[in-house]
Design a protein around this ligand. Sequence first.
Ligand code: F6R
Length: 629
Amino acid sequence: MCGIVAVTGYRQALPILVKGLEKLEYRGYDSAGVAVIDSNNNLICHRSEGKLKKLKNKLNKKTINGSLGIGHTRWATHGKPVLKNAHPHFDSTKQVAVVQNGIIENYLELKTKLELDGIVFNSETDTEVIPHLIQKELHNLGTLNLENSGSTLLIAVRNVISDLEGAYAIAVIWSGSPDSLIVARKQAPLIIGLGEGEFVCASDTPAITNITNTILPMEDEEMALLTPLGIEIYNSENERQYRNPISLKLSEQIIDKKQFKHYMLKEIYDQPQIAKNWIKQFLGNDLSSFTSINYSFDIGFLENIEQIQILACGTSRHAALIGSYLLEQYAGIPTTVFYASEFRYSPPPLSPNILTIGVTQSGETADTLAALNMEIKRRQSSGKESYKPNLIAITNRLDSSISRLIPNVIDISAGIEIGVAATKTFFGQLLSFYGLAITFAQLRKSKTSEEINNMISNLIKIPSLLEDLIISHNEIAEELAHNFSNIKDVIFLGRGINYPIALEGALKLKEISYIHAAGYPAGEMKHGPIALLEKKVPVISIATPGNVFEKVISNAQEAKARDSYLVGIAPECEGTEIFDYLIPLPLTDEWMYPLLTVVPMQLLSYHIAAHRGLDVDQPRNLAKSVTVE
Ligand code: F6R
């Protein structure tokens, strides 16, 4: 977690850093800070607890004359979100400043050694060991050779990194080398942007696009020396690396809230367009002659697959649960979904011809990456051909770690999601699973071409159904949010293909409005959760026509008998008069419903949180990509 931005060039660094941090605040907002080497070669630093606006207020009217600087926005891991733990951190002489993302696992051991040498620490962070260690190295290297001060700093940082354990990205500046910036990464993202006469480095592309659209993504375990004159990149063997820069896609460049009050609402409204893009990209332009889903990789390796396992966290895991329903019930292939954080330490015994799918919108979730890495290694070391890793990644970030780890990537192309609560990326992940279900149904011949064409023609109708649905449900959700202004607990019920939508509805509500919510398979309610029901606990029930419709209605009756206020997400049809409040759905094919039922869930949590005056896009304690375990 956390956002890093760093620059070296000819312009004033401070405004570039602040602008970059504005774009990275979704990665963490517990504190923010900047450090710049000024024209007198002094290291000047400003930090603030809380959101970036506090730092901006502090910086108001301040100028720092200097074109080399680093900035940071923090999501607290080690040490509380207070000023003394805000980055950048320094050595005792205040000559070296460091910002860091990730975790230094062996920091306590390193800290103890430094303390024995008389170093006094000013923070509770794992980060602070780094500047102290760099200063020690600089001292050992002899810092008087200032002609090559950039290389000296590079060597010092390299020596320190070799002692660090964990997953991290860092940016370092030193007043002894007033135009050199050192950056390094290990299992945490860093991208270098190539401007004209200036270079910028950041955790994510939005912080770079106001300077350049030409980037060099850094590979794992690389470090780089950036000066206004050029870049040197080195791998972990200290070998110089050369690679061509790439241009950012347009969708990675535009981050615009448009007329919406919050990014989350805008991103909910983006979903019909995402469906249109997906249809074009994966089904093709000429739908009358559809033959197969278009992938950017050869799907030959899927022919022998007998089982699927999916690894994911949070909302991505909910998408995976719907994926597993489609893969099993539609395509007939056994599929299991795992919490990535659990899989890593208790994987099932190896079984042959299995496809492993990693799902992560950010492509950087540490638990998901670690689980995938572990699975790849144990399969490779098994030595058996049938156990070899078969892998697919579903992500929104082609420039992310998962895309480098896994050769077969399904790019959901949803455009960067800024709202911390995932909405449009969940929708994009769902569409990817519809595509995979169609592919496996074809490979296993579990559906006739007529049935597949039927699925395709229903998918094609989704964008226009969604456009209408979002407009009408937005009004309804706003109205309902007033009725729910004092609620403390909410139960979400769904069954079959909609059960994971109940889980997602509960997660969204918890995340952004801090209201306790739980999602259950509707049939499970009577086995315990029913004890929670009373007048003050609304029940939101998804009831879509299909094989469990009557069952869900009966389960809703059970809640009504306990005085709960019943909200139905259902078409206006026989049975749904039981609901105290109906959020109406259009009639469509049962397979399609998760693509629609998720919308009122998203809008309801959005409006409840907005009605309470909460910071919808940056809910407390959260961050957009969880790059720590
Ligand atoms: C929920 C949410 C989180 C993420 C989870 C996984 O709104 O944003 O639950 O879904 O942290 O993130 P990714 O998909 O980036 O792996």
